[in-house]
Design a binder for this molecule. Structure first.
Ligand code: HEM
Length: 175
């Protein structure tokens, strides 16, 4: 997993909890890489999972809630860091419908070794269906990112999720 995900996670923990909390969860998780993450590095995604588990144990906040909150945070960071991907975007459905063929396709050009999920998107009369598939099963991260996109463009959609084939189907419906 790309280092940017790790550096953003560490920054979020520092901002929402404390620098001491970052040190504590790094001590608890004892990641094989040593934990000195850089944005351009690449690390085992299991290290992120063990950091989240450590944070959950220390804070009492459930793992899915932490991962989802991280997704929301990541959306804001992507917006700040990749303005080109947002040019001409007028709504969450338009943006999210292009996640596979536009956004992550561009991400892959920037980071050829990125391990990205697959999204199969279908426009609906009143929203969008997104089937998420990834061997890493970061469903909660996807949900947080989708919620971040919806909030960014002013809300107005309810989001449901359900198991679908070998993945998860998110449905956004105009409220
Ligand atoms: C400008 C917007 C975005 C950028 C620049 C971006 C970029 C990235 C990058 C760099 C990674 C890490 C890949 C790796 O670790 O090798 C990633 C992973 C991921 N992205 Fe995006 N992304 C964006 C928006 C979104 C949105 C809106 C969603 C949800 C619909 C999403 C879903 C995910 C998920 C779930 C992962 C984790 C990997 C996995 O599930 O296997 N991304 N993305």
């Amino acid at each position: 997993m790309k280092g940017i995900v790790f550096t953003e996670f560490v920054d979020m923990v520092e901002a929402q909890f404390s620098a001491d909390m970052v040190d504590d969860i790094l001590d608890d998780a004892a990641p094989a890489s040593g934990g000195a993450y850089t944005a351009v590095g690449t690390y085992d995604h299991a290290e992120l999972v063990s950091l989240v588990v450590a944070l959950s144990q220390r804070t009492g906040v459930a793992v899915p809630d932490l991962v989802r909150a991280f997704g929301l945070h990541m959306f804001g960071r992507f917006y700040a860091g990749y303005p080109a991907f947002f040019e001409g975007m007028t709504g969450a459905v338009q943006f999210l419908a292009g996640i596979e063929d536009v956004i992550h396709a561009e991400v892959l050009k920037l980071y050829p070794d990125a391990q990205l999920p697959r999204f199969e998107c279908t426009l609906l009369p009143d929203g969008l269906a997104m089937v998420y598939r990834s061997p890493r099963h970061f469903d909660d991260l996807a949900l947080g990112l989708i919620e971040g996109a919806v909030a960014h463009w002013g809300g107005g959609y309810t989001i449901t999720r359900a198991p679908f084939e070998d993945g998860t189907r998110f449905v956004l419906t105009a409220a």
